[in-house]
Design a protein around this ligand. Structure first.
Ligand code: ADP
Ligand code: ZN
Length: 439
């Protein structure tokens, strides 16, 4: 498969290390001189830009947290005057102020470059019609993909999220060959199509889907690929670093290649902050090596994953990150046991007869133990006509599977088709009612 920029994406490791080292030195000095919060952080650690001479010094640099960026809201963490910023984005920030992303023209060119690499990695060319259902607006997904499609010369359809029926009509009429949206929204499209009697195989030309912005398991990939009759690629990114375009899978689907000539990754132990070797799970941390408006040093993403450095069969030398396993802050503690939402998804989707639509409900009835309940939809066949015995068996199988995987018991509530709320963007998987009493 073609590679957009082989000079960088397939660079010899030793050359890449050297390039990263030089860029790290530059960006450390740039951040120190241009952004007060970094000068403060350097001084607190008793270091100066001259102490940073290459990759080996990465661990000496201070971390940046989401809170640090929030404290500088809206523009105090910019390295350039706002006049030089040509675009602003922001993360959804459901509570409090959002995190802002600022871009100079050079930053937008960089974004176009990494997004061109991204879509090319998923097999997109100038011949494709790309149906882009990520939200356009402050969210980085829509406009980020838009840049990438434009750069490779694909025909981009900037449909954004919502109006699902109309989306299906446009996909069919325009002959979309590529679709981009959140994995959860791809299932909404599949569901609506099934309701309308539209068969993806015979009526749609879509062959590639690039899905991200929220965690999804391998089990979810299988469901999506079958229902939409396409090859599904995982893409990762975040507003603080650039938006989508930080990393993406290649045709081998063995992790997402990080464009590390621009975004330098590390894995750390979230408790101690110590660096962990390749192959070990921990919190993903990024340093932007080339960004102008908003460089960040050792940004703690709170996303949990594992990095691998072995060269990939596609020819790219760029480090691969495994699918995100969740966030360091999404671990639920239920009756003292650690429970990860991604494990719940894995367990549910391994049970035949359950749909990939679920919600995790946590409650703490007054003076009683935490209650973990999982609402999940059962397939339509159980309801036409309703088969209570089969549903009861299905519920028991699901509860068994969950207790095996999680090590604690969870109640399963089987729901009818289309009863759990659908989302056009990121799905809401966890409803933790316990917080209502504790906060
Ligand atoms: P918001 O803060 O509005 O959610 P962002 O788009 O910046 O906005 O969110 C970035 C976060 O989304 C990442 O830190 C990560 O937790 C999640 N994310 C993005 N892409 C993926 C992916 N492919 N798999 C898992 N999680 C992802
Ligand atoms: Zn590869």
């Amino acid at each position: 498969m073609p590679i957009w920029n082989p000079d960088f994406e397939c660079m010899e490791r030793s050359d890449l290390d050297k390039l990263q080292g030089e860029r790290l030195k530059q960006i450390a000095a740039y951040a120190y001189h241009k952004i007060p919060i970094y000068r403060r952080k350097f001084e607190e650690l008793g270091i100066a830009p001259d102490d940073i001479n290459g990759l080996d010094d990465l661990g000496r640099l201070p971390f940046t947290t989401k809170q640090d960026l929030r404290d500088e809201y809206p523009f105090n963490n910019f390295a350039v005057p706002v006049e030089e910023v040509v675009r602003l984005h922001a993360s959804s920030g459901t509570t409090g102020k959002p995190t802002v992303g600022g871009y100079t023209q050079n930053d937008l060119d960089l974004w176009a470059e990494v997004m061109a690499r991204t879509v090319t990695s998923c097999g997109v060319t100038s011949k494709d019609v790309a149906h882009n259902a990520y939200g356009y607006g402050l969210f980085t997904g829509g406009l980020g993909f838009h840049l990438g499609y434009q750069t490779v010369g694909a025909t981009v359809v900037p449909v954004s999220g919502g109006l699902t029926r109309r989306q299906l009509m446009l996909m069919e009429d325009f002959g979309a060959t590529v679709i981009t949206c959140t994995p959860s929204y791809s299932l909404v499209l599949a569901e609506e199509a099934a309701e309308l009697g539209i068969d993806f195989k015979s009526r749609m030309k879509v062959r590639v889907g690039i899905f991200g912005a929220e965690p999804w398991t391998e089990e979810m990939r299988v469901k999506i690929e079958n229902r939409l009759n396409l090859e599904a690629y995982d893409i990762y990114g975040l507003t603080e670093i650039i938006g989508p375009g930080v990393s993406v899978e290649c045709e081998h689907h063995n992790g997402m290649h990080i464009f590390e000539d621009h975004f330098l990754p590390e894995i750390i132990d979230p408790k101690t902050g110590g660096q962990l070797p390749f192959g070990e799970e921990g919190e993903l941390v990024f340093t932007t090596l080339t960004k102008e408006a908003m460089p960040v040093i050792r940004y703690r993403t709170r996303d949990r994953t594992v990095l691998h450095q072995e060269k990939c069969a596609c020819g790219r030398t760029m480090v691969r990150m495994e699918k995100v396993r969740g966030r360091t802050d999404d671990m639920l503690i239920v009756r003292g046991v650690n429970v990860f939402p991604s494990l719940i998804e894995k367990a549910l989707l391994s049970v035949d007869g359950l749909e990939p639509q679920y919600q995790i409900i946590l409650d703490r009835p007054k003076d009683r133990l935490d209650k973990l309940e999982i609402w999940v939809e059962a397939s339509l066949t159980f309801f036409e006509p309703i088969d209570t015995q089969a549903l009861e068996n299905l519920r028991k199988t699901a509860e068994n599977e969950l207790s095996q995987t999680l090590g604690i018991s969870a109640r399963v509530k089987l729901m009818g088709p289309s009863t759990i709320e659908r989302s056009i963007g990121k799905a809401v998987r966890v409803v933790d009612k316990r917080k209502l009493y504790n906060d």
